[in-house]
Design a protein around this ligand. Structure first.
Ligand SMILES: NC(=O)c1ccc[n+]([C@@H]2O[C@H](COP(=O)([O-])OP(=O)(O)OC[C@H]3O[C@@H](n4cnc5c(N)ncnc54)[C@H](OP(=O)(O)O)[C@@H]3O)[C@@H](O)[C@H]2O)c1
Length: 297
């Protein structure tokens, strides 16, 4: 089975490429710029700017993928809010181009979306009404609509606040940011009034493996079991690493006048994934422990 992964230099994309190669799949990693992945058998890197339709079609001709996993996105809500045209181009138009290119092959298209398509009153179920609070969420919802309208075999995966181990050349997630600040002895202010169900990246990779292996279509929420605030998460990181919890100051969201609105009560229910994918996510504390063990390995 040939698997094409977009956003292969991103946090999730890198983990996904490595996880699927380790599981024996042939992975075609599509990334922007130089490859950040190690050189491995069955892992082929293709540098590409996804807004170039011509380059995309060429790669599809070359690879003839069986599965496309679309993780690439302009993923920072603040930047999306400020650069709306670019956001539409990267998050919506690129999805359209990929769906169009996929039509010529018997592709299973797996699209990474987000809990940001919802508003308040989380945790949310797969069929809850979407009502994004910011432009990033709107763009991801527009992309979801394209997937649902397409006639491809397709799945939409919605994770939340993804975290996990730091890969060589990879970018850090929230837990490494907390670790670094505390190691430096810096005080950090972290919000207590936002609820999330953070997704451990390895759980996400395993869920996607099940989805592609058993051709599971439709929408799946892939998150953690624990409902936590960023403050709870930071305290857990400090405790797991035996760092000073006193450096973490609890604050409310109005401490930071943010350029974008974020839900106070977000998060996703995962019953469907547990039932249909046999999804068994780690507890947050256990996943943090595993993430740092891997960082040290
Ligand atoms: N991170 C989270 O907490 C979270 C939560 C829920 C959902 N998601 C969704 O999950 C997916 C992965 O998120 P992530 O945090 O792993 O993202 P990320 O680290 O920001 O990676 C996204 C990658 O996409 C690439 N990309 C964007 N536009 C491109 C283009 N036009 N051509 C080629 N490459 C392009 C970026 O390239 P550059 O490296 O050159 O910028 C980057 O490597 C996204 O779809 C995101 O919306 C993320």
């Amino acid at each position: 089975m040939k698997i094409m992964i977009t956003g292969a230099n991103g946090f999730t994309g890198m983990h996904l490429c490595l996880s699927l190669v380790q599981k024996g799949f042939e992975v075609h990693a599509l990334g922007r710029g130089e490859c950040r992945l190690p050189s491995l058998d069955n892992l082929l890197y293709h540098p590409i700017e996804l807004t170039s339709v011509r380059s995309l079609l060429k790669i599809f001709e070359q690879v003839a993928p069986d599965v496309v996993i679309h993780t690439a996105a302009m993923s920072k809500p603040d930047i999306c809010e400020m650069h709306r045209d670019e956001c539409i181009k990267n998050n919506v138009e690129v999805t359209r181009y990929l769906l169009e290119a996929s039509r010529h092959f018997p592709v299973h298209f797996i699209h990474l979306s987000t809990d940001f398509i919802f508003g308040e009153n989380g945790p949310h179920r797969e069929d809850d009404t979407a009502s994004p609070l910011n432009f990033y969420g709107e763009s991801k919802l527009m992309a979801e609509k394209l997937i649902l309208q397409s006639e491809l075999t397709a799945s939409i995966v919605r994770p939340v606040f993804i975290y996990g181990s730091l890969l060589p050349l990879g970018r850090p997630s929230f837990i490494q940011w907390v670790q670094q600040k505390l190691l430096n002895g810096e005080k950090i202010k972290i919000v207590t009034d936002q609820q999330r169900t953070p997704t451990y990246v390895q759980d996400l990779c395993d869920a996607i493996t099940t989805i592609l292996t058993f051709k599971k279509t439709g929408i799946y929420h892939i998150a953690g079991k624990d409902i936590l605030s960023p403050y709870d998460m930071a305290i857990t990181v400090a405790k797991v690493l035996d760092l000073d919890t006193e450096l973490i100051e609890p604050v409310t969201s109005d401490t930071f006048p943010e350029p974008v609105r974020r839900a106070k009560r977000s998060g996703l229910y995962i019953d469907k994934a547990i039932r249909e994918l046999n999804y068994t996510p780690h507890r947050f504390e256990d996943a943090v422990q595993l993430s740092f063990k891997k960082d040290l390995a």
